[in-house]
Design a protein around this ligand. Structure first.
Ligand code: GLU
Length: 400
């Protein structure tokens, strides 16, 4: 993933006339924190926080708990955050954190211990005006609430602006839970409109979880002509050409159901099969590296929406482009989360709680503007949408 990010930044940097020195500066990482979290059980886990660039504002980006987390991945994700914030015009820099752990193997007490210890290690490097982490893969408001509480205990800061993605009761923003999925719907809607596609749109969701389920729910509410025909989670999933109800799927999942078994009479489908479905839009909301050089040839969708971070590898992205498919880049498609994180931070700073309608309308403004700017850049400069998103971000990061 790091190689993919570097080579994209180098290519686009050259295209827009940046010098090697300027490109090196864009790639350079400001600070890296690596440590071991020693658990009371005797186990220990490698943990990271990478602060890539804070030219445009404080470092911002999630913390993931996943066995595959390593320094290289966190570096790439931190870099993507700087470009994401810049691409959509947020006054924020980029950072990312992670712990190499399988949280499903931990008890609730151990998860709390891990979360609090993570903050204890990082305490002096983060804070409301320095670096504000948020949820990412396998982290949620419950975990963020523990982290904020730990940070408050350690520093006396009661602004709650030290983290975003908190529960609403603990200072989180209304609309933050749905923000990444909702943002994906806004970006896709805007692009379909620009492409003149107004009829029936079929789509499949890989990763019907925190992000993918909200994409489905918001799409179902707002776009009668969009039809979800397949959805998967890590267990596999379900395929129904007549259309699936996102609401029913989400309720089934909330009851701890496995999508591979939904509903008893549905056609079971694997994650690999979902990627090769004949749909208009393939929504990739699971993990990085879902489409690679190996399976890119199987993709049949005309539009691939990167709702996860880095779900399409560089060779796959090139192969899809060559076949005339449109890859909607992660730094635009999934920016809704960090946009509403910014709104949460603003609310905490002002001791305010905005209505969901106010939050959603600001999210809408950010993403409509960003999609428009990136799309026009791509047509004017004859770039792909991904290149254009990085070009827009680079302009802001270099000018500053
Ligand atoms: N983890 C999310 C992302 O990758 C959100 C980051 C944030 O809200 O700071 O964009």
């Amino acid at each position: 993933m790091l190689e993919t990010a570097h080579s994209l930044i180098r290519d686009v940097g050259k295209k827009i006339g940046l010098t090697d020195w300027q490109i090196d500066r864009l790639i350079a990482i400001n600070a890296e924190h690596q440590f071991e979290i020693k658990m009371d059980s005797g186990k220990s886990h490698k943990a990271y926080r990478v602060q890539h660039n804070n030219k445009l504002g404080l470092y911002k980006g999630g913390i993931r708990f996943h066995p595959d987390v390593d320094l290289e991945e966190v570096r790439a994700l931190a870099m993507l955050m700087s470009f994401k914030a810049a691409a959509v015009g947020l006054p924020l820099g980029g950072g990312k954190g992670g712990v190499s752990v399988n949280p499903k193997m931990l008890t609730a007490e151990e998860l709390e211990e891990l979360s609090r210890k993570y903050v204890r290690h990082l305490q002096q490097h983060i804070g409301p005006d320095k670096d504000v982490p948020a949820p990412d893969v396998n982290t949620d408001p419950r975990i963020i609430d523990w982290m904020v509480h730990e940070y408050e205990n350690l520093t006396g800061d009661t602004s709650r602006a030290s983290f975003t993605g908190k529960s609403v009761e603990k200072g989180g923003s209304l609309g933050r839970d749905a923000a990444t999925g909702r943002g994906g719907v806004i970006v896709l809607r805007e692009l379909l409109d620009k492409l003149g596609k107004r009829g029936l749109i079929t789509y499949g969701v890989q990763g019907f979880g925190n992000v993918g389920s909200f994409f489905g729910l918001v799409a179902e509410q707002e776009h009668q002509n969009w039809k979800m025909v397949a959805a998967t989670d890590s267990s596999g999933g379900t395929y129904e050409p007549k259309g699936l109800s996102a609401q029913k799927l989400a309720a089934y999942k909330a009851g701890s159901g496995r999508l591979a078994e939904y509903p008893p009479d549905a056609k079971a489908i694997s994650n690999e099969e979902l990627i090769s479905l004949e749909v208009d839009v393939l929504v990739l909301a699971a993990l990085g590296g879902a489409v690679t050089a190996k399976n890119a040839k199987d993709v049949k969708a005309g539009i691939i929406l990167e709702l996860a971070n880095g779900p399409v590898s560089e060779p796959a992205y090139k192969a899809l482009n060559a076949r005339g498919m449109l890859v909607v880049p992660d730094i635009l498609a999934n920016a809704g989360g960090v946009v509403v994180s910014h709104l949460e931070w603003l609310q905490n700073r002002a001791s305010e709680q905005w209505s969901e309608a106010r939050v959603n309308s600001q999210l809408e403004d950010y993403l409509v503007k960003a999609t428009d700017e990136i799309y026009s850049r791509s047509t004017k400069a004859k770039m792909t949408l991904k290149e254009a998103a990085f070009a827009v971000a680079m302009d802001r990061l270099v000018k500053q």
